[in-house]
Design a protein around this ligand. Sequence first.
Ligand code: ZN
Length: 377
Amino acid sequence: MAKVNVFPEVFGQEPVKKALHQAFDRNRMPHALLFHGPKGTGKFSTALALSKLVLCEKKTGCGVCSDCKMVNSLSHPDLSITIPLPSLGEPPDRKKEEARLAAFNGFLEAKKENLYHPVWKENKDLITVADLQTLQNRLSRKPLQADWRAAILVDADRMQLPQAGNKLLKTLEEPHPNTLIILIAERPRNLLPTIVSRTQRFFFPHLPATFLAEFAGKTFDLSKEEALQSARLAAGSVANLYFLRAAEEMEKRARAWEVLQLAVSGNDALLFKSLKRVAETRQKDEVLSFLSWLELLIWEFFCFSQLKEPQRVTSEDLKTGFEKLSRSSQLPFPFLSALEEINKTRQDLERNVSFRLALFWLFIRILKGARPALGSY
Ligand SMILES: [Zn+2]
């Protein structure tokens, strides 16, 4: 048996780790695997740990041999990583080539910093038939350093179809010995069924908040409460933990705070103007993230002003603001129904209601709870 914890860098996902470990120990590792499930659940880190296991000199993923070290630095010559990249265009030009290289290096840098670091890719970026030809060529040659080869295809569900799909299918149909191909996909339904049927599938579910809190505490150096709070907001995904820390997120938080202040102080004209600005985006995720902040701030303001439990407020920087707002508030704000209404708005957004309409209705309903006269809106 290899040592028990061969995936020390993978948070949770015990059933997947156990199954992979057993397959490896019994010499029954499938040559093609599909890791699927939501963003930020450890698919890439598991793929890398598994690659390390097969490329390692001692076949233990020891972490100290030269093969393991090269896998850790994402530079092992027998490890291929393919990701969707911007198109080269026709005819290919140098600028675009440089942009592709920069995007790929950006990916490697982010993952070297932390395997769970999410990497933003444009919707139009794809894995192309040329990328898969390169991969096929590499896999048809002997390994350069180890006795195995590993290939990881990140976002394999974002592939130029049908050409690239067919090329990958061909690679899977003619497996080379001692070769491991790992496809990573959030939406495996976008893969050709013939590809899926040639892989062994492993599902990566959302991570429990306890793992996320542990991760957040370690990675972002947060206090226990802060880590738990972030974990609750991140909804099972490490990627969300990162997004929550990005600058744009802080902007959304600032906007949510502005909206809450305007709603509580009864300044409807400015409130709807501010909501209009939130709705000026093409990304549903941005509106959803605004709602998450709003939800958190409403809850904290409720704890502060109604429950009189300021110790439950984790937004330290807003405590003075909460104090001021609770003094100036003219109306009883329907905190709890507001939280429920936010959930309904999330469902509206899933049904592709326009962002502005969804947000306006949210506040019309909330304010109606505070001021029944608004029923005539
Ligand atoms: Zn090793």
